[in-house]
Structure formats: C-alpha cells, structure tokens
Design a protein around this ligand. Structure first.
Ligand SMILES: *Cc1c(COP(=O)(O)O)cnc(C)c1O
Length: 365
C-alpha cells in the first residue's frame, strides 16, 4: 500500500476550508485509519489535525502510542471497567446511557480529575445514542451539573446521508429540536452530526465539528467518484503487487481453484502476489480489472489466499517483477476504490478496511 502524503495534506486542507469558518474537522481514524495504519494518524497530526475519532478504548490507546497530538474521541461507547483508563488518559468518550455516564463520574471522582465527554442522541440511526424520548430531566441535570465531568459536545449520527436526503434532513431537524428543547443550542459546545457524505453534500449540516473519515482519502462516500472529484479531493491510496510468474496456457485450460475460468485461446497469464489474505475480496474473482504496464487487464479464475491470476495476453512484454496496480494510477489509467467497491457490491469504506491486512505500507510524495 502506498499512501500519498501530498494528496492527504491536500485533502485535509480542502476539507478544513469547507468546514470553516464555523467549524473544524475531526479525522475519523477508526479501524487503523481505514486500513492505512496508525502512522497515518501521526502524519495527519503533523499536518495540523488536532481532533481524532476512534471506535474503542483500545484504538484510542494505539493512537496515543503513535504520537498524535490533540483530542482523541471514543465514538463507539465503552464498558464500565474502561472508564478508569479513559479518564486517566484524558480521552473524550461519547456517552449514550446513564450507566456509562455514572461509571465516568465515578472514575473522575476517584481520580480527582475533570473528565470531558460528549453526549450522543439517536435521531434515527438505531445504534448508539439516547433516544430523545428516553432523555429525562434527571439525566439532563446529572449531565450538566456533575462537577467531576464536563459536557463538551452533543452529537448525532446519520443513517443514510449518502443516499436519502429527506431522511437525513429529518434527522438533522430532530437533532436541532433536541438541542433547543434542552437548552444545549447556543452554548459553547461542540455540536456535530456530519459524516463525509453529509458534510460534502449538505453545507448547512457543517457545524462546529465534522466527523470525516472516507473523504480524507479522496474517496466518495456514495461510491460515485464525481462527488470527490468535483470538490477537488485526490485519491491517497494505491495498492500494488508484483508479478511472480508469467506463463502461456493453451486453449481450454483451467485457471485457479474450482476451474471457474477456462482459457478460450492461447493465453499469457501473470500470477500476481496479492490475495484475499491481503484484503482482495474473493468475491471479486473473475470480476476485477487491474493495471499492468499502464493498461487494464482482467483478473481470471478464483482469487487465492496470497495470489491471483491476470490475463495479460494483450499486453506486450509483461515479465516477472512487474508492478500490478489494484488501486491507483498507472500512466493514463486509474482504478479507484469506488470501482472496486461497486464490483464487490459493497461500500468504499469496506474496501479500504479490507486492504488494512496488507503488511507493507509506504508513504510516498
Ligand atoms: C465512521 C464514522 C464516521 C465517518 O464516516 P465516513 O463516512 O467515513 O466519513 C463518522 N461518525 C461516526 C459515528 C462514525 O462511526
């Protein structure tokens, strides 16, 4: 995996400009920075990003070890036994239940520190967060008045920002109504609701804080490259592997496990060192194109654990050691994460996370 420093820096700049002047960006760097490794979070930190979102305490600890500066938010909730460490490390957890909240208060009181936290309301995602109807006056008073803890923000999360504008607007209005109903609105709190999709498509949902994951990597959250391109975001990630063997197979010869591909002509086939163990979905067997010497070439046969076969009959001079591009540019041609997601019938997020299994990562200009 090659990670472009220049494109990452460029995207961060573009996104921060879109967020300003009213707000800032939280880089959502869960799942090892969407498969790019925690060193990429350290790079974002060196580029000036000061707010990072992760899913769990474990991820927050990994991130801190990598040397990022600034605030680390735990977006995915926590267990009571994790509260001590969260407070001791100064992480900012997102709270959605009273039980979670009380464990945080206890830990903060025991340690004699003020624990910062955010509160999450569920406006229609049906995952973490407190339903507005279950938010009571007594919980509100505990949240606002407990001296050992400091409420620093209120958030919600959209379920369908990449494909359902009406539902997203409905959730947004519910969020605003909740903030106003309880007097949170207009205080100096960090309000946030937008993920990449909402942030890019609905400017009025850009608030004090914006939780941006996939767009940092120049990838469209809705799988349509045009969205990222139109905002000037540039792809950060390339995935490449080398040809290990080139051989000529006669017509009628089976290729790969299960013989799911049979040559129809004399074919030149390259065996390439990437497979499902490195994150190349097996479901992409016989349904993927890669770049070899600047040209598109089809994957043939079933993808193996560490290898895949590519038909290079139409490409001159392919030899052992050649670099094959699965994601990224080669000459005039480009394969984007969105294309692989579409072929794999999934979202770009899952493609990037999956390639997180690759061990060898390098930063390039
Ligand atoms: C993952 C996540 C995001 C970021 O989503 P993207 O589509 O990658 O921008 C934002 N908020 C929460 C709560 C998340 O879990």
């Amino acid at each position: 995996m090659e990670i472009s420093r220049e494109h990452l820096a460029h995207n961060l700049l573009v996104l921060r400009q879109l967020a300003s002047p009213q707000g800032d960006i939280m880089g959502v760097v869960k799942s090892q920075v969407y498969g790019h490794g925690v060193a990429t979070a350290a790079l974002l930190s060196s580029l000036g990003l000061r707010k990072f979102g992760v899913a769990s305490l474990e991820e927050a600890l990994d991130l801190k070890k990598s040397g990022v500066e600034g605030d680390i938010y735990i977006l995915g909730g926590f267990f009571p036994w994790e509260a001590e460490a969260i407070v001791a490390e100064g992480f900012i957890p997102v709270v959605s239940q009273e039980e979670e909240f009380e464990s945080l208060v206890k830990a903060a009181e025991r340690q004699g520190r003020t624990a910062r936290f955010h509160f999450k309301v569920d406006t229609g995602m049906g995952r973490m967060g407190c339903l507005p109807r279950n938010f009571t006056r007594s919980f509100f008073e505990r949240l606002s008045l407990s001296p050992a803890v400091a409420l620093c923000g209120v958030m919600t999360h959209f379920s369908s920002a990449e494909k359902d504008p009406e539902y997203t607007e409905w959730q947004f209005q519910k969020f605003l109504a909740f903030l106003k109903r309880w007097g949170f609105w207009g205080k100096s709190l960090e309000y946030h609701c937008a993920n990449s999709a909402a942030f890019l498509v609905f400017p009025h949902m850009r608030l004090a804080l914006n939780r941006i994951g996939i767009a940092l990597f120049g990838v469209s959250p809705n799988g349509e490259p045009e969205l990222a391109k139109s905002l000037g975001l540039k792809p950060v990630t390339s995935v490449r592997a080398r040809v290990k063997l080139v051989k000529v197979l006669p017509p009628g010869f089976r290729v790969g496990y299960g013989g799911t591909f049979v040559t129809s002509r004399t074919s030149r086939v390259a065996v390439v060192a990437l497979g499902y163990a490195q994150g190349l979905f097996r479901a992409l067997s016989n349904n993927l194109e890669v770049l070899v010497r600047g040209k598109r070439a089809p994957v043939i046969g079933t993808i193996s654990m560490d290898q895949v076969m590519v038909d290079v009959t139409h490409i001159e001079g392919v030899e052992k050691g050649d670099v094959v591009t699965f994601i990224g540019r080669d000459g005039e041609e480009e394969i984007r994460v969105e294309e692989v997601a579409r072929r794999g019938k999934t979202i770009p997020h899952e493609v990037l996370c999956s390639f997180g299994r690759i061990r060898h990562r390098v930063f390039v200009e």
